[in-house]
Structures are given as structure tokens and as C-alpha cells.
Design a protein around this ligand. Structure first.
Ligand code: ZN
Length: 202
């Protein structure tokens, strides 16, 4: 029997020039939905409005430094289709400190998350929020998702897109300053840890 290779397309910013959150917004975030210790959102169940330091941007997918949320261009979101995006992501607005809305961008929090695992890894448990912080080393892959979706957010700020959705909506499009690669879906982890990492939590 021929085994069909399973994979997702991984879209990530090609330059590490993330948006910087406005200081007052970050302070407020740390008192509510953001863990100040590991920089991961504690609450992924709703859209987040971001207030950022104004900068000229050209990336179609970016993130807010230290806040674990993606910022996508409306060009990318329109290409993916409003229905799919709203079904699988929480979408929020982006503002500058002056109060002006950055109309070409939205915050994005995936409703289904997938951890990118490595051939090896480093991990720790955040002493403040108790989340497992995992860093993949070497060959990267994901395990079969429990939530079947056409798009996911990685536990970091990458968009993971099914081959069907990618080929239909994005393949012919020129995306600015993002890297697109194939991420294998493997049946078993290679990092020597259990498939379900919650087992590592105290
Ligand atoms: Zn934390």
C-alpha cells in the first residue's frame, strides 16, 4: 500500500521584525490575558485588540513581540476567505497609540492550536502560568491534530494550513516577507517525550 505523505503548509514571518506592543497596552495585557513571565496568552478564547508602536510594515504575517499573537495582513485574510478565517480564528483589530486603526492588519488567534515538535527539544513549565514552554530542535513536525481544521496556529505564531486550502487560496499568490514550507504530520514523536505533553505537567 502506498502511504500518502501527510503534511501542512507552515507560514511564518521571514524576518524577525515583530510589532512592538505599546507599553500601556502590554501592562494592561499582563494584568489580564497575557503571562508576563513566558509571554504566552493565558486566554485564547477570544479576539484580542492590539495597540502597537507605529512602524511601516510589509509582512503578510507577523506577530506582536512577547505577546504570542499573530498579526496578519487583510490581504492574506481576504485570500483565505472571511468565512474560513472567522470560523477557525479569533480576529481582532490593530491600533496605533494615537488611536488610529491600522486598517491593513488584524490580530489572529487560532481556535485550534498545534505544537510544532522537534527531533529534540528543550522544555520547561512556566512558574507563573503553568504552561509548558517547548522549543523544537532539529527536524520539525506536528503530530496528528485532534481538532480537524483547514488552518491552525502553532503554539508559537505560525499559521499551519491544510494542503487543500493552501493550493486553492494561496498557492498562486505572492506573499510578502513570509516563508512557506511543508511540515510533516508524523504518527509518533521523535523527541523521546509522550505524544500528549500534558503528562509532563506537575
Ligand atoms: Zn507563563
Amino acid at each position: 500500500m502506498v502511504q500518502i505523505k501527510q503534511f501542512l503548509f507552515q507560514i511564518e514571518p521571514s524576518a524577525s521584525d515583530a510589532f512592538t506592543g505599546a507599553r500601556s497596552w502590554e501592562k494592561e495585557a499582563e494584568q489580564s490575558w497575557l503571562c508576563g513571565s513566558c509571554g504566552s496568552p493565558r486566554d485564547l478564547s477570544k479576539a484580542i485588540e492590539a495597540i502597537v508602536v507605529p512602524e511601516r510594515r510589509k509582512s503578510d504575517l507577523d506577530f506582536v513581540y512577547g505577546a504570542g499573537i499573530m498579526i496578519a495582513s487583510t490581504k492574506l485574510l481576504d485570500a483565505l476567505g472571511t468565512t474560513a478565517v472567522n470560523k477557525w480564528c479569533h480576529v481582532g483589530r490593530v491600533f496605533e497609540e494615537s488611536g488610529a486603526q491600522l486598517d491593513g492588519y488584524r490580530t489572529l488567534i487560532g481556535r485550534c492550536r498545534l505544537l510544532i515538535r522537534g527531533e529534540q527539544c528543550q522544555y520547561r513549565v512556566c512558574d507563573e502560568c503553568g504552561q509548558l514552554i517547548y522549543r523544537a530542535i532539529g527536524r520539525k513536525y506536528v503530530l496528528p491534530p485532534k481538532c480537524v481544521a483547514p488552518l491552525y496556529q502553532s503554539e508559537s505564531t505560525d499559521l499551519l494550513i491544510s494542503p487543500e486550502l493552501y493550493r486553492k487560496k494561496l498557492a498562486r499568490m505572492k506573499l510578502n516577507r513570509v516563508d512557506v514550507s511543508e511540515l510533516d504530520v508524523l504518527q509518533k514523536p521523535l523527541d523521546g517525550l509522550p505524544a500528549r505533553l500534558v503528562k509532563l505537567l506537575p
